[in-house]
Design a protein around this ligand. Structure first.
Ligand code: ZN
Length: 442
């Protein structure tokens, strides 16, 4: 049994990754997206999609404010130009230009003078991490607020302040990005990520960037499955997509939600609600074959958009791949989830694991042994003397022949034999070429 995770992907792919600066490329995209003030709607989201279009020709969809989507309604569009707090001397002590986290996302426009006491009821801080700025939102309740470091909060003097929020909350659109890669079949793999957080790297720029690079990679191939990529605002985006595309949902056979993939933490795979689907098995296999600690967790109805894809009315085979899960690291939803918190090497490794999962999914077929009564005579087909032909793995050939009774996938055979997926796949390809196997499903 091999413990080398890279053995699950083919040789060319390994070489491509080893010789490229893919981690740097992903990091560079994150760096470009980092300054933008994103939200669940608005120009920051559109600007983000425009940058992604430099990498892949994704389409931009707009859904008007007020559209009913199941039990929800597409909200008003939020945009912001500027915001600050000035002290009694007219000095800006909090400035949106320095960090877009300073303003509670979806704050209504505001311009007023107020006392320290009044100001404090609109300020959020992190007592445990007094140098960091927290990230707060108020999408569905019209209010306003500022987020500052707790140290700065403690220094606020009892004086009159001027707050200014140059935002707008008006009818407009919810925007999302979609990219479809047609495969050999109309059965689809869904890759979904939320793209609504402002300057926060692990959650969610890492997911946005890795989804983009997977799409770029797959667009150069003709995969077995068709692929649908979604860059959507969290929760309302997946609800909107599912509500408006119900006719397409039955095509989705497998899916992954991607987030928190740039930090140094161990990989975490959260299973689909069904828990025993092919994507669950493939993801577990790939992580098991890493020379690293990892964690597989059961589905629970909280987290990212898997909550919607796995709601009982859809119950899709969609899991969620992360490194450190949301809420488990102190930097989560704070200004410390910055460009130093994610690193190219972890991003590259995460991309590789995603591609490995998709590679196995793509090749995980079920075959029929065409000569099931006793073993076929391999010698007369040049398949016996394994030592003379190092490309033929005798044991792999025997395992594939024995277990190809229409019940077992190649991954099942890899697991049962303890051999790597690609060795088993190579044996199956060899047997197919000699008409000793036939395909059960395309
Ligand atoms: Zn988040």
């Amino acid at each position: 049994m091999t413990n080398n995770n890279q053995s699950v992907i083919d040789y060319n792919m390994q070489t491509n990754f080893a010789t490229s600066d893919i981690g740097q490329d992903i990091y560079q995209l994150i760096t470009k997206l980092y300054p933008i003030c994103r939200s669940i709607t608005g120009s920051g989201f559109r600007e983000t999609l425009k940058i992604l279009q430099e990498y892949i020709p994704l389409s931009v969809h707009k859904v008007p404010t007020g559209t009913e989507v199941f039990d929800w309604t597409v909200p008003k569009e939020w945009n912001i130009k500027d915001a600050y707090i000035k002290n009694s001397q007219g000095k800006k002590i909090v400035d949106f230009a320095n960090s877009n986290l300073h303003v509670v996302n979806y704050s209504i426009p505001k311009h007023q003078k107020l006392s320290l006491q009044e100001l404090k009821s609109h300020i959020f801080t992190l007592v445990d991490y007094p140098n960091w700025i927290p990230y707060h939102t108020s999408y569905y309740k019209e209010t306003w607020g500022f987020c500052i470091s707790h140290n700065q909060y403690l220094e606020l003097k009892d004086e009159e302040y001027e707050v200014f929020i140059d935002s707008s909350l008006e009818p407009g659109n919810l925007t999302y990005g979609e990219y479809y890669i047609p495969g050999e079949t109309t059965d689809e793999v869904l890759i979904s990520c939320h793209a609504c957080h402002p300057s926060l790297c692990n959650d969610n720029l890492s997911g946005i960037a890795i989804a983009t690079f997977i799409a770029k990679y797959l667009s150069q191939t003709t995969p077995r499955y068709s692929y649908r990529f979604l860059w959507i605002p969290g929760t309302i985006g997946s609800i909107t997509w599912l509500a408006l595309n119900e006719d397409k949902v039955s095509n989705i056979k497998h899916g992954l939600v991607l987030s928190c993939l740039g930090d140094s933490g161990k990989f975490t795979y959260k299973k689909s609600r069904r828990g025993d689907t092919e994507i669950d098995k493939v993801a577990a296999y790939v992580l098991k074959n890493l020379k690293q600690d990892y964690e597989i967790i059961d589905f629970f109805p909280f987290g990212y958009d898997e909550r919607q894809y796995c709601s009982p009315g859809f119950n899709l085979a969609v899991g969620c791949l992360m490194r450190s899960p949301h809420g488990s690291f102190p930097e989560y939803h704070t200004s410390a989830d910055d460009l130093s918190f994610v690193q190219p090497q972890y991003l590259a490794e995460s991309l590789l694991q995603c591609i490995s999962i998709l590679h196995i999914l793509n090749n995980n077929k079920i075959y029929y042994n065409q000569n099931p009564k006793c073993e076929p005579q391999l010698g007369k087909r040049g398949l016996y003397n394994g030592h003379q032909n190092s490309r033929i793995n005798q044991m792999a050939i025997l395992w594939v022949l024995n277990l190809s009774d229409g019940q077992y996938t190649l991954l099942d055979i890899a697991e049962r034999s303890g051999m790597s997926f690609d060795v088993i796949k190579h044996a199956a390809d060899t047997l197919l070429a000699h008409d000793l196997l036939a395909s059960l499903k395309s």
